[in-house]
Structure formats: C-alpha cells, structure tokens
Ligand binder design. Sequence first.
Ligand code: NI
Length: 158
Amino acid sequence: MAIRQIRKIGDSILKKTSKEIKEMTPRISTLIDDMLETMYNANGVGLAAPQVGILKRLVVIDVSENGDQPIVLINPVIEEAQGEQTGDEGCLSVPGKAGTVTRPNYVKVRALDRNMQPIELEGSELLARAFCHEIDHLDGVLYVEKVEGELKSSDSEA
Ligand code: NI
C-alpha cells in the first residue's frame, strides 16, 4: 500500500467526469488499498478516485469514530434520497476550508463492492452527506460549488 498525492482545488482533473469500472484488476485493487490508506492518513472520512488523479467511479468512505469501518463503492448511484440536512462540509482537496452545504438527510446507494458484487447501502446524517459528497466528485463537482454563504477557514476536513 502507498499513500497517494491528493489533488487540490484548481487541478482540472477534479472537474472531470469519471468512467465506470468494468472489471476488477490488480491495479484497481491496489488503488482501493492506497485510497483507504491515503484517506486515513489525511484524517478524512471519504476520498474519491479523481482526488488521487484517477478518473474511475470509485470512492472510499469511513465515518466511524475509530476509523475501522471502511466502505468501498464502485460505480455508486444514489437510488433514493429523503429529507434535508444543513451543515458544515470539508474536502481533502480543499484543505483548511469548510462551508455550509444542504444535503439529503438519508440516501440509499446502489454500487458494487470490491468483489464486483452488487450492494445496497443506506446512510443518514454524516454518512448520507459523505455518500453525496463523494459521488459528486465522480461527476467533477466539488462541494464549494454548493456552499451557502462564504467558505470558512477550518481545521476539520472530509
Ligand atoms: Ni471531497
């Protein structure tokens, strides 16, 4: 495993649309491990492949307190969204900043796991926010485009 370099806002790759993953390969398996290591190393709760320069529809998330509940989503799609939450959000590609974003309070996501098996996951609150934020990355969207009001300085990143 290796820590990968996280692309920062202003890097044009963050605005591009990622491509679906058709099959698991040793390269993608290594990418998943590296993305998890990179996310934990940066104290983030989520990371999308374009953030490490790879335009593939792959995200990793861990919103658990101890960082021991990794979620790997390949080709994730939001199937259902309910309710609303408004709160602060950050991004490892936008270091030192946070901003208020309104997201669904509950989402259901369909994806493939790292064995390319279909999975369906539900999340509310922080996990719902993470699903939406990370899936946005796959479509070249950064949360800063959705911020209500000003971007603030912050030490907490997601
Ligand atoms: Ni992000």
